[in-house]
Write a protein that binds this ligand. Sequence first.
Ligand code: ADP
Length: 296
Amino acid sequence: SIVVVGSLNMDLIVRVPRHPVPGETLLGSDYETHPGGKGANQAVAAARMGGKVRMIGRVGQDAFGTQLRQGLRHAGINVHAILPIHGPTGVAFIAVSDAGQNTIIVSPGANTQLYPENLSVAEFEGAKVVVLQLEIPVKTVVRAAQLAREVGATVILNAAPASPLSPQKLALMDVLVVNETEAEALTNQKPDSPEAALEVAHSLQQHVPKVIITLGAQGAVWVEAGSSGYQPAFPVESVDSTGAGDAFIGALAVALAEGQPLAQAVRLGAAAGAMATTVVGAQPSLPRRDSLKRWL
Ligand code: ADP
């Protein structure tokens, strides 16, 4: 099975004619709520790709918390380790202007209260793959990686949102997945072409056995001991890139749990990412395995 340790957020989205300046009040559209958080999105992505998924996380004792937990349960995810704590659920306030630009304020809420001591090895028993991101405390990410290693699981770190990490922390991971911005935060090098990305991936591979850099419409590169490669993007009519990265991670996790080689897992990830850009939204755009197969 696949265990995701990470964030759950409710995204609150409002459309505005333009972004307000400090001190200004603007009228926006009716707001919409959309379940999000990188952890939850990647758990749903893996479940849609046919993975047996468990998620470990924290929500608040409020309506958003209940809604997020139920949403994941309906997606077929084991939610027993998603516990409600005292305090508010994580939310993201997103304003989308008519010019198509977003401003986003994340209030991480309950996600900050998933502590290392809350994790036990029993929760990782039977896991083939453990998926981590950086929207929960980094100490908890480190502990989760250690426990995952104890049970022999493959540890995937999606080092998002972008932040620097010590070589010691990177060394706890088996697979590192970053986009261009996240790669730059780790290395101070900008992977602005597939060639440059391969070089950056090689330098990160000194710390992590397998490294993948996703390049949006340019596809992805991967490096492991003794081999590397470039996966071009699948050509699509993309309407919204939200969710592409999460679709990629979910598909990658399922493929690796099935024992597929890295190159094939990256190919499935790239296909899922491409398909996710053809539908608006994060979780609604995450493809199912059967429709992805038909599409391929
Ligand atoms: P993130 O959302 O984390 O920034 P990317 O934008 O790099 O991630 O997207 C993840 C993967 O999804 C890419 O490696 C690529 O394979 C696929 N993808 C993203 N955008 C497109 C696109 N416009 N066309 C085709 N594939 C895409």
